[in-house]
Unconditional design. Structure first.
Length: 254
């Protein structure tokens, strides 16, 4: 910590106007481990220039707790916003009296800072697709700031819960192939396919759940067996590879 504070003082003396500090060590690759906010607080206490805290800021509650604990001037969020660009909007938080967003506050800020656990509800399948398509519209409007590699990386974060599903392997590979998939319109087509597969998968799960309930409620061993067979067959006995939902046509919401 002493070396960090000394280095920060050297930067201030050299004329740096503001300093952002990520509270992890160099060996903590890929956001591993907890963030040391005590070190950030020590840097802030030693400097007169604005200090920005960064690391594990995954909700407004996290940001508020970090501000209160470290005394920094502001907080920076990066990775969490790549996955959910609407993280700090009212999409997943009730509206406060008089307008604005009302976010749940941590009961124990000090514990929250060490290991954030109070998180907003993540975007739904529909919201992820909507955000991805809206992002691609921005890429079309500002092409100089949207290289194919950047688009690929951003979409992988927004759609991560969907691209990790086995029936979206082909779409994930095409999104990652940023040397082949280069235009926003190409990426948008992949987003719609991922969305369609997700909706079809959800439909099949609902049908299977209804079949299971019917089987349990029919009474008798034979009725249970028939219900189980019906539930397994809801996707069609001749559907081939049922692990991948068939593609359905999806239109973008206006």
């Amino acid at each position: 910590m002493e070396r960090t504070v000394a280095f920060a003082k050297m930067l201030e003396a050299a004329g740096v106007a503001a300093l952002a500090v990520h509270g992890r060590r160099r060996e903590q690759r890929m956001h591993q481990g907890t963030v040391d906010y005590d070190s950030i607080a020590a840097v802030k206490a030693a400097l007169s220039i604005p200090v920005i805290a960064n690391g594990n800021v995954r909700s407004k509650a996290d940001a508020d707790a970090i501000l209160a604990s470290t005394g920094v001037d502001c907080v920076m969020s990066a990775t969490a916003l790549l996955a959910n660009p609407r993280l700090f909007s009212c999409m997943h938080a009730p509206e406060a009296p008089g307008g604005g967003c009302m976010h749940a506050e941590p009961q124990q800020p000090s514990l929250l800072i060490r290991q954030p656990t109070l998180q907003p509800k993540g975007p739904t399948l529909e919201e992820r697709a909507q955000m991805a398509l809206e992002y691609l519209e921005c890429c079309k409007a500002y092409p100089s700031g949207a290289l194919p590699r950047m688009i690929s990386d951003h979409l992988r974060e927004i759609l991560r819960p969907d691209l990790n599903l086995p029936f979206n392997v082909e779409e994930r590979n095409e999104i990652e192939a940023h040397r082949k998939t280069t235009l926003p319109i190409q990426f948008a087509s992949l987003v719609r396919r991922v969305h369609a597969h997700g909706r079809e998968h959800a439909r099949r799960q609902r049908e299977q759940a209804r079949g299971s309930i019917s089987a349990r409620g029919s009474g008798g061993d034979q009725g249970g067996d028939r219900g189980s067979i019906s539930a397994r067959g809801s996707g069609g006995d001749q559907g081939g590879d049922r692990s991948r939902p068939e593609t359905v046509r999806v239109t973008e919401s206006p």
